[in-house]
Design a binder for this molecule. Structure first.
Ligand SMILES: Cc1ncc(C[n+]2csc(CCOP(=O)(O)OP(=O)(O)O)c2C)c(N)n1
Ligand SMILES: [Mg+2]
Length: 331
């Protein structure tokens, strides 16, 4: 994993740093709880956890403004929480209940929020990338300065439609930030075994799209790169690529036998590079927070997550008649 030097001093206020800690912790604890509910048989179907990658979405969300859009893959719960969607609605969707964002009919990979400009949740690898460019096209057409964050993985970066999209996005100068969440694996296949170049962002050069690699275990580095990318897109200069080097701690999905990497490899990243621990250290060392302050945040997060699980267990299952609703949107 490429790890540019971590900034020694935070380039944000103490409150923002605490906010990052809180937001990343919310995602981690939420995902741990989702893993538990899955184990208890309360969540069915696919479920892909985001644990380890929290700094990517939290750092980038800090560079957004109202009106900006986001679209991602099936590894999507972190993106929903980071853009302000309600944990109760997300967890209840995972358990297939009426109180879920898709009224329990979408599940983990199919949730949306118009209110938060979150456009899913997509199960087909690579297919959300042209959709992201389409969202950016709409904003350009309307003449506003919104930017669309289009997230996809290192594996998806080898799909043909990604390059068709790069071409159009560059040709039409679309305000889209392509965020490659390079967590080093596509299911059980390591990047080394599947991808011709060690850095993926350089592929944008063929289309004249600038980009850079970012340390995705450092939320401050992600924020800084995000701001640069946003400034580029908002000023009408067209697309930008951020390849964020990160790592997923859990299996690809809940049914991953994890035979393609050693436990030591995962443990080493957890011990030496964890993004939440990094911010925790910055907060304590810089005396921006005390152990008690952090305990209070932990407690608050625990109660939000427990409440979401309770809601997700007690919300009723959708009525059978719901099978026939929400199929078409009334225009
Ligand atoms: C078109 C298509 N091919 C194959 C799959 C099966 N599949 C699901 S996830 C995945 C790996 C994608 O890896 P990556 O893009 O690195 O994302 P990550 O899971 O690491 O977040 C594959 C091959 C799929 N869903 N869609
Ligand atoms: Mg991957």
């Amino acid at each position: 994993m490429a790890t540019p030097k971590k900034p020694k001093k935070p380039n944000v206020s103490a409150d923002e740093l605490k906010g990052f800690y809180r937001d990343m912790l919310l995602i981690r604890r939420f995902e741990e709880k989702a893993g538990q509910l899955y184990g208890m048989g309360l969540i069915g179907g696919f479920c892909h956890l985001y644990i380890g990658q929290e700094a990517v979405v939290v750092g980038l969300e800090s560079a957004t403004k109202e009106g900006d859009k986001r679209i991602t893959t099936y590894r999507d719960h972190g993106h929903m929480l980071a853009c302000g969607m309600d944990p109760n609605g997300v967890m209840a969707e995972l358990t297939g209940r009426e109180g879920g964002y898709s009224k329990g009919k979408g599940g983990s990979m199919h949730m949306f929020s118009r209110d938060k400009h979150f456009y899913g949740g997509h199960g087909i690898v690579g297919a959300n990338v042209p959709l992201g460019a389409g969202l950016a096209f709409a904003d350009k057409y309307k003449g506003n300065d919104n930017v669309t964050f289009t997230y996809f993985g290192d594996g998806a970066a080898n799909q043909g439609q990604v390059y068709e999209t790069f071409n159009m996005a560059a040709l039409w100068s679309l305000p889209v930030i392509f965020v490659i969440e390079n967590n080093q694996y596509a299911m059980g296949t390591s990047q080394k075994r599947s991808t011709s170049s060690p850095d993926i962002y350089t592929r944008g050069a063929a289309f004249g799209i600038p980009g850079e690699a970012v340390d995705g275990m450092d939320v401050l580095a992600v924020k800084e790169a995000g701001e640069k990318a946003v400034a580029h897109c908002r000023s009408g200069k067209g697309p930008y690529i951020l390849e964020v080097k990160t790592y997923r701690y859990r299996g690809h999905s809940m049914s991953d036998p994890a035979k393609y990497r050693t436990r030591d490899e995962v443990q080493k990243v957890r011990d030496e590079m964890d993004a939440i621990e990094h911010v925790r250290e910055l907060l304590l060392q810089g005396k921006h927070a005390t152990e008690d302050d952090l305990k209070a945040i932990d407690k608050e997060i625990k109660s939000i997550v427990n409440e979401s699980a309770e809601f997700a267990k007690t919300s009723p299952e959708p009525e059978v008649s719901e099978l026939w609703t929400d199929i078409y949107v009334e225009a």
